[in-house]
Design a protein around this ligand. Structure first.
Ligand code: THU
Length: 136
C-alpha cells in the first residue's frame, strides 16, 4: 500500500471522466476520483435529472464505483471541475466521503491546470459524525 497517495493517478482519472458527466441543466461537469485502501482508483461523474433534486454528484458516483469494486476504505479524494472557483465537495458529499474515509484523509480539488487546493476531510467536515458514533 503506497504511503503517499498518487494524486497524479487520481487527477488523470477524474479529468478523464469529467467530460462524460451528464449535466444538461447546470452545464457544470464534475469528475471525482477516489483511491481505495489497496491503491486502486475509482472514478465517477455527476448525473443530473429533469427532476432537479434527483441528480447525483460525481463523488457519489465514485463512491458507488469503489463499493461495487469491493472496497470499503477511501485513502484519498480528488475532485475535478472547470470554472474560476475550486470545486470543493458539497456538504452532503463531505458526509458521504466520511462514511469510508477518516478525518485525516486528503481531499484535493483540481482544475484543468492541476491541483488547486488540498484539504483534509476534517477541515471540510469538522467534528464529523461517522460509523463509530453509532452503538454496535
Ligand atoms: N457537483 C458535483 O458533482 N460535485 C461537487 O463537488 C459539486 C457539485 C455537481 C452537482 C450538479 O450536477 C452540478 O455540479 C452543479 O451543482
Amino acid at each position: 500500500m503506497p504511503e503517499n497517495p498518487d494524486f497524479e493517478a487520481l487527477f488523470h482519472a477524474a479529468a478523464a471522466i469529467q467530460p462524460r458527466a451528464y449535466a444538461p441543466y447546470s452545464h457544470f461537469r464534475v469528475g471525482a476520483a477516489l483511491m481505495a485502501g489497496d491503491g486502486s482508483v475509482h472514478a465517477g461523474c455527476n448525473v443530473e435529472n429533469a427532476a432537479y433534486p434527483v441528480g447525483t454528484c460525481a463523488e457519489a458516483a465514485a463512491i458507488a464505483a469503489m463499493i461495487g469494486a469491493g472496497h470499503r476504505t477511501i485513502r484519498a479524494v480528488l475532485v475535478y471541475g472547470e470554472g474560476a472557483q475550486p470545486v470543493t465537495p458539497c456538504g452532503a458529499c463531505r458526509q458521504r466521503l466520511r462514511e469510508f474515509a477518516s478525518p485525516g484523509t486528503p481531499v484535493a480539488v483540481a482544475g484543468p491546470e492541476g491541483i488547486r487546493a488540498r484539504f483534509t476531510l476534517e477541515e471540510l467536515l469538522p467534528a464529523s459524525f461517522g460509523p463509530a458514533n453509532l452503538p454496535r
